[in-house]
Each structure stands twice: as C-alpha cells, then as structure tokens.
Design a protein around this ligand. Structure first.
Ligand SMILES: [Zn+2]
Length: 155
C-alpha cells in the first residue's frame, strides 16, 4: 500500500466515523482547540500557525488571525494531519515561505488537499502557470509543487 492510499483510507475512515469533512467540526470532534492570535504573537514565532500536542493538557493550534479563509482551512487541515497521523510529533509549525521537504510535511499537505477536496483539474487549468493555480486555490506554490510530486508517487 502506498503512502497516499494509507492517507486516503484515514480520510474516508474519519468521514465515516464523524459524518463530516468540515475542518472546524473535525477539530471539535478531536477536541483540538483553535486559538486565533495576532500576527506578532510570540507563540507563532513568525509562522502562520503552530500545533502543540500538549499545551496545559490540551491539543492546540495557534493560528494567525485574518488569513484568507481558504488558506486558513488548508493550514488547519495540514495541522490536523500531524495531530492524527504523526502521533510522535509534539510541535509543528506552518510557514508558507519555508518548505520543509520531509516525509511528514509532504503527507500533511497531501492530507489537506484530499480532505478539503482541492483538485487540480487539467481541463480547468489548461494553460495556467503554477503561480496562477496557486493563487486560485490559495495554496502556497511550493506546497502545490510538492503535492503534485507526491501524488505521482514520489516525495
Ligand atoms: Zn507541517
């Protein structure tokens, strides 16, 4: 079973169990708190979001307030992947400018695409550049490239 199959199965299992694919509902189901903070909040350390598995006995995502809605959902779905799939990770930060090419990041990004049903229809995007697609989907360009590579079975 390839890595993407494993993640696809996790997602269908989630939806079956909780009867929702709404990212905010899923956070409630897993009792992970979303805390919106100001841009300059020290907890973010310059990132757009930070996930903490254990923060005073709570699982928490601190996320920058005022992000574009679609992008906020992407970031939350990415962090949910760490919470559910990567149980050894206790801290994860999300920064669209710094692409971490490790296995966990690629998996979390793939999870976010699939959970949010972000599809890259070749007909719709015929003739579009990666930059344009990235803007339309509200997904950072480097992550989009990583996803396309991952989906093809590479890393
Ligand atoms: Zn991550």
């Amino acid at each position: 079973m390839s890595c993407s199959d494993w993640i696809n199965e996790c997602i269908s299992g989630l939806i079956e169990l909780y009867k929702t694919k709404d990212i905010y509902e899923l956070y409630k189901c897993f009792n992970i708190k979303i805390i919106y903070v100001e841009n300059n909040c020290i907890l973010l350390q310059g990132n757009d979001a930070v996930y903490l598995r254990s923060c005073m006995n709570n699982e928490v995502v601190y996320i920058k307030d005022g992000l574009i809605f679609k992008y906020e959902k992407f970031v939350l779905a990415h962090e949910l992947a760490h919470a559910l799939l990567h149980t050894k990770i206790y801290y994860a930060s999300f920064n669209k400018k710094l692409l971490n090419n490790d296995k966990y990041e690629a998996q979390a990004n793939y999870f976010a695409f699939k959970l949010l049903e972000i599809t890259i229809d070749p007909n719709r995007f015929k003739g579009y550049s990666i930059t344009q697609i990235s803007k339309i989907l509200c997904v950072p360009q480097n992550i989009l490239v990583q996803y396309l590579r991952f989906e093809k079975g590479g890393r």
